[in-house]
Design a protein around this ligand. Structure first.
Ligand SMILES: Cc1ncc(COP(=O)(O)O)c(C=O)c1O
Length: 410
């Protein structure tokens, strides 16, 4: 192929996507320890309403001190993969810490939860000659990639629909090994799933379970150890995945489970074996963050109270959002162009930063503003937000009112 042909193919794909209205913007922001949730963007002070630094642990002074101390002692990079000179006491103690946080036998850490999901699922699926995966329709891209890349059979069940899941399990040959892949808290809808019911089905049909708790760890369950813990089944899920980047405010991901499963992943997962390990100072900072998060019941309670307060004001003001029991509040706008316009107006006219969410993060025509609250947001912040939302989103807006009864589950 001629050189300019490559360029033509790639450029026209990007251009077509942009023309359909799906071009993403990446707002440069300077977060500040002293002023959060007020941050700086293009020399303007704005308030952030879309962070995943749920407990604002990225600004915790003890974590920063721990990270700085280790950084000064051992330097920046780890020096290699875990296998080739990149294993430190900080990595090992983090693995012990996160396994005990989930009350499981063992853990394996990765450079991100995305990598953790992709490589763990790929590796797990590859172990069996004929495996059938049952995957929730709204599962995260990292879960989908892991399953798809492995080439195993995959049956998609409707979002959080246990009846549909059971009908698919029932139809599948008893002898075929099975794996149910799901999340405990769906980040774009804010749905909390009843993890115990998935465990029951898994037992009934003799299936393994892989649970993504990325948006739940730090915020739900005993000491923030997640929704599997909340529903009393953390010891009955085969593999639980989580992130260090949201509730713990750092970077990296992990999987926990029984020793034989983690040993299998440590032995065969390419995304663990063939990549440089995280910075030792990061591993140390995460361990510190976990210890602090375990003690943060007050903050967990505060976030739920503030979320409920905000949801109530949205209801009163007839601003449509997806009802759920979590701290994630998705305001449905549906149209990608419209959500971008709203986001821009919020930023320019009100100094509020809510990133517009649209395809392919969510399905086409399911665009939304996704709000999250941290312990640093207060009642006045909420009132300021509601005032701005009321100004820009009218309940009479035809686009919203005509689609009120829309099926959010797709
Ligand atoms: C459900 C889910 N799983 C996994 C990930 C990946 O997490 P990380 O940012 O640690 O790679 C995300 C990212 O937002 C997510 O939403």
């Amino acid at each position: 192929m001629k050189n300019n042909k490559y360029k033509y193919i790639l450029k026209s794909k990007t251009q077509k996507f942009f023309e359909e209205g799906y071009q993403r913007t990446f707002l440069p922001i300077n977060r500040s320890i002293n002023s959060f949730p007020v941050i700086n963007s293009n020399s303007k002070k704005i308030k952030i309403w879309c962070t995943n630094d749920y407990l604002n642990m990225s600004h915790n002074q003890e974590v920063i001190d721990e990270s700085t101390k280790i950084l000064k002692q051992v330097g920046t990079g780890s020096g290699g993969t875990r296998n080739i000179s990149g294993n430190s006491p900080y990595h090992e103690s983090l693995e012990k810490k996160i396994a005990s946080f989930h009350n499981t036998e063992k853990s394996i850490i990765f450079s991100s939860a995305y990598t953790a999901n992709q490589t763990s699922l790929w590796t797990l699926c590859k172990a069996f000659e004929k495996l059938c995966v049952f995957s929730d329709k709204l599962n995260h891209a990292s879960l989908i990639q892991g399953i798809k890349n492995s080439g195993v059979e995959c049956k998609i069940f409707d979002h959080n629909n246990l009846e549909h899941l059971e009908s698919l399990l029932k139809k599948t040959n008893e002898e075929i090994p099975k794996l149910i892949v799901f999340e405990s808290l769906y980040s774009m809808n804010g749905t909390i799933v009843e993890v115990n019911k998935y465990v029951e089905l898994a037992k009934k049909y003799n299936a393994m379970t892989y649970l993504d708790e990325v948006h739940a760890v730090g915020l739900y369950g005993n000491k923030g150890s997640g929704l599997a813990n909340y529903f009393g089944v953390s010891d009955q899920i085969d593999l639980i995945n989580g992130t260090f980047a949201k509730g713990f405010g750092q970077i990296g991901g992990y999987v926990v489970g029984k020793t034989y499963l983690i040993d299998y992943l440590k032995t065969f997962a390419p995304g663990f074996i063939f990549t440089t390990s995280m910075m030792p100072s990061t591993a140390g900072a995460i361990s510190k963050s976990i210890s602090i998060v375990e003690q943060e019941d007050e903050k967990r309670k505060y976030i739920q109270e503030m979320s409920n307060y905000l949801k109530n004001l949205l209801r009163i003001n007839k601003i449509p959002f997806i009802e759920n029991n979590s701290h994630i509040i998705p305001i449905m706008i549906f149209d990608a162009m419209l959500v971008k316009k709203y986001s821009q107006t919020l930023l320019n006219d009100f100094g509020l930063y809510i990133q517009p969410v649209f395809y392919p993060t969510v399905a086409k025509n399911r665009a939304r503003l996704r709000l999250t609250i941290t312990p640093k947001h207060n009642i006045d912040d909420i009132h300021e937000l509601i005032y701005a939302l009321k100004k820009i989103i009218s309940p009479k807006d035809s686009l919203i009112s005509t689609k009120k009864q829309f099926d959010y589950s797709i």
